[in-house]
Design a protein around this ligand. Structure first.
Ligand code: PGA
Length: 254
């Protein structure tokens, strides 16, 4: 059985004070949530403070990225040890905004996923096609490549990775994939994992959908047998919509 996940990706939103206020406001609202895993990914500058607020809660902390390097002269980058020192249990890798604006590619994602797994931090690895790729019927080829190039020679039998399918054309656009479109790609991802890593890994891996997920469209997405939750941007920034997404996902199991 795969426990569903709602992961909030704050992107470049919220100052330190706003981050603390937001987290303080949601903690009592999700106190009795047991069946849904909650992850939040604040900006780096808030990780330490948010970590302290999350003590004794079941909310997990994620960083939005890490460097491929362990330390040294890499101005502006954040290392695996730095996010570890803030108690992060997860890290987002390969987000399409990183792929688009910062030349993130499958080879770099491979290094980052390996580094995270070696350090017992669970990667949330993002895959997804652009609109041009979908219109050219290349969706599955792109996703397969993103999976194979990133996960090559990574053993997942005793480790966990979370995959997030985020069609680039659905992120922040209000254009959500239909539940059927999303389910088709999720099935393909699980089949690819089965071929590459074996059935056990494929069956245990949680595959999240991301791209304009909101309280009014989550129900039909989460009902799909291979959608194990959501990676949420815009709708995770307000306490009411974030908590509603969590409540709607709390009793769904696949
Ligand atoms: P969105 O972002 O929910 O605002 O579309 C999702 C994401 O980029 O992870």
């Amino acid at each position: 059985m795969r426990k569903p996940i709602i992961a909030g990706n704050w992107k470049m939103n919220k100052t330190l004070t706003e981050s603390k206020t937001f987290v303080t406001s949601i903690i009592p609202l999700v106190n009795n949530i047991n069946e849904c895993e909650i992850i939040i990914a604040p900006p780096y500058i808030a990780l330490d403070a948010v970590n302290q607020l999350l003590n004794n809660t079941s909310i997990s902390l994620a960083a939005q990225n890490i460097s491929t390097e362990k330390e040294g002269a890499f101005t502006g980058d954040i290392s695996i040890n730095m996010i570890k020192s803030c108690n992060c249990s997860h890290v987002i890798i390969g987000h399409s905004e990183q792929r688009l604006y910062h030349n993130e590619n499958n080879q770099k994602c491979h290094i980052k996923c390996k580094l995270s797994l070696e350090n017992d931090i669970t990667p949330i690895y993002c895959v997804g096609e652009t609109l041009a790729e979908r219109e050219a019927n290349k969706t599955l080829a792109v996703i397969k490549n993103q999976l194979i190039e990133c996960l090559d020679d990574i053993s997942l039998e005793s480790k966990e990775i979370i995959i997030a399918y985020e069609p680039v054309w659905a992120i922040g656009t209000g254009k959500v994939a239909t539940p059927e479109q999303a389910q088709d790609v999720h099935t393909f991802i699980r089949d690819t994992l089965a071929k590459e890593k074996g059935e056990t890994v494929a069956n245990k891996t949680r595959i999240l959908y991301g791209g304009s997920v909101k309280p009014d469209n989550i129900d039909d997405l989460i009902k799909q047998p291979d959608i194990d939750g959501a990676l949420v941007g815009g709708a995770c920034l307000k306490a009411d919509s974030f908590v509603e997404l969590i409540n709607k996902t709390n009793y769904v199991t696949h």
